[in-house]
Design a protein around this ligand. Sequence first.
Ligand code: SAM
Length: 276
Amino acid sequence: MSGPYLHGHHASVLRSHSWRTVENSCPHLLPYLNNPSLKVLDVGCGPGTITVDLASRVPQGFVLGIDPSANVIQKARKHAEEKGITNVQFEVGDIFNWKHVDGTVAGGFDVVHAHQVLQHLQDPLGAMKELKNLTKQGGIVAVRDVDYSAMNWYPDHPGMQKWQDLYLAVAKSIKSDPNIGKRLHAVAMQAGFERKDIEASVAAWTFSTPEEREFWCGLWADRTVKSDYKDRVLDSGLGTKADLEEIAETFREMEKKEDGWFAVINGQVICHNRAS
Ligand SMILES: C[S@@+](CC[C@H](N)C(=O)[O-])C[C@H]1O[C@@H](n2cnc3c(N)ncnc32)[C@H](O)[C@@H]1O
């Protein structure tokens, strides 16, 4: 089952997604990209910066990015064009209801990748099963998601705790799991991967230099009051306009703190699809 994407694709959200590369977002996948002919599927590819980077690393291979948002798929195509990368294709598609134009591609990909997608789904287990089905025997499923409860920051600020509590409540109110990063390996086991075939690790994004703080705090200040997230908060009744403004102001204050520090903790898994 798929629901509307909590954040939507406002410019403040895309600013965060478009910063992403294989290096800063898929360190777990890097050791598996040493074959230039790989066929890769990037599920929930968003504006496609990771997807295009993946394609540049498999020049004799092929990368397909899918996302249910036609708007963001258009942006991804434009990004590939600007980068001059031609072994990549983007299609509007939902992991729960997706057939490639050439027919089904079950079992067709060497690597099936999903970055920061499962946390937004109401049925992450169903999605993991689909990711597995799309992977060749001998191929891998690579998934990474944040654990919002494990995020941390310095210095303390009451507005930051308010932000975290509200975000967790809103995400849970739409039956998604903002903490799924810590149990991706368990979801993979429920989807049929054996524990011995799953590599589970953790990698953090750190935002601490003035430029990093400007990026992270700036985009959260903006998305709190401008993106679809704002509407979700208000519609759910879990927060008010005044709460959102207070949180946005908190991020602006945190951005200015010279000793400010933010840790975003991501759980990541590589699941080997062994012959059964
Ligand atoms: C947090 S963004 C991540 C985008 C990209 N993977 C990245 O890391 O930059 C989550 C993306 O998942 C997409 N998405 C939501 N539901 C989906 C579904 N059922 N199937 C595929 N993608 C989905 C959203 O449209 C959104 O672009």
